[in-house]
Design a protein around this ligand. Structure first.
Ligand code: CP
Length: 307
């Protein structure tokens, strides 16, 4: 897609130049925190959540505050989205809000929302993509490398999920070398287009040899083995046990990282003792809290890019 995008569903729908410009803007917004104060004056962001959130909620609301705008948090269950159809409710939101950010469970519902929205819609994480997280991840890597993520070797160890799809699409645009160690892979949730593009660019390696994959990495990244909405769901207990048994040999811990200089990333919330140990998360090599902090500047850059 070329030109100014109307929505952010995933980075795969934005052109590479626009993605690079948005990352550069995120770096500028972070370095010159108050330069953009007032840019959103008089504008409202409506945030709508079908699922829980800490970082997405806080960083978008804080971001709008710092830009001089306002954010409304709309709980899906307390709204009339539960009674009506997504398109008409979204069409209404567009009459009172300048932006909509939605965290919906199912991607088709997000596409429905995009049809109804006449203002920019931002995907705050669906089952297929997590673009806001991916921009914060690239901002973190860019900062760590003196400005440009191009050529960074990023190894992801975990389930192939929405975070992976967005890492794949943004890595292709920014020239990041992505190695995937994904013992759990549901083909229905793999964005083959983004995967194949990265592969065609020579930027994708897929392996199940975690030790070798982390050895030469600059960054090692993991995420929950179980989707957040199922983690504490008793109906999912059997599947949780199966996944944990399968994934435990792939846990990020000091033993796996021994001999590697890689820094450690996690998009949070962490499940300590599962995909990552507490020791590693708090170790010198962890840049997890920088990554989480960077959600703020990533969101501000996305809002400014879409304004
Ligand atoms: N990483 C992330 O999206 O965090 P939250 O689920 O807390 O928003």
């Amino acid at each position: 897609m070329t030109g100014a995008p109307k929505h952010l569903i995933d980075w795969k729908f934005w052109d590479d130049g626009k993605i690079r410009a948005t990352l550069a803007l995120a770096r500028r917004v972070k370095r010159q925190r108050w330069e953009f104060q007032g840019h959103m004056q008089g504008r409202t962001l409506v945030m709508i959540f079908q699922k829980t959130s800490t970082r997405t909620r806080v960083s978008f609301e804080a971001g709008m505050t710092e830009l001089g705008g306002h954010a409304i948090n709309l709980d899906w269950r307390a709204s009339n989205f539960t009674l009506s159809d997504i398109r008409s409710e979204t069409r209404y939101l567009s009459r009172n809000a300048a932006f909509i950010m939605a965290r919906l469970k199912n991607h088709p519902d997000l596409l429905d929302m995009a049809e109804g929205a006449t203002v920019p819609l931002i995907n705050g994480c669906c089952n297929l993509y997590h673009p806001c997280q991916a921009l914060a991840d690239m901002l973190t890597i860019a900062e760590d490398r003196g400005g440009d993520p191009r050529g960074a070797r990023l190894t992801y160890v975990g389930a192939y999920n929405n975070v992976v799809n967005s890492l794949a699409s943004i890595s292709a645009a920014l020239g990041v070398e992505l190695t995937l160690v994904c013992p759990i892979r549901d083909e229905a949730l793999v964005d083959k287009e983004s995967r194949d593009r990265l592969l065609g660019l020579g930027l994708l390696t897929e392996t199940l040899d975690a030790k070798a994959a982390v050895a030469d990495a600059d960054y090692v990244y993991t995420d929950t083995w179980i989707d957040m909405e199922y983690f504490n769901d008793s109906a999912f207990a059997g599947e949780k046990e199966r996944r944990c048994a399968l994934m435990m040999p792939y846990q990020l811990n000091e033993a796996l990282l021994a001999g590697s200089d890689a820094k450690v990333m996690h998009d949070m919330p962490m499940h300590l003792g599962y995909e990552i140990t507490a020791d590693l998360a708090e170790s010198e090599r962890s840049i997890i809290y920088d990554q989480a902090e960077n959600r703020l500047d990533a969101q501000k850059a996305i809002l400014l890019s879409l304004a």
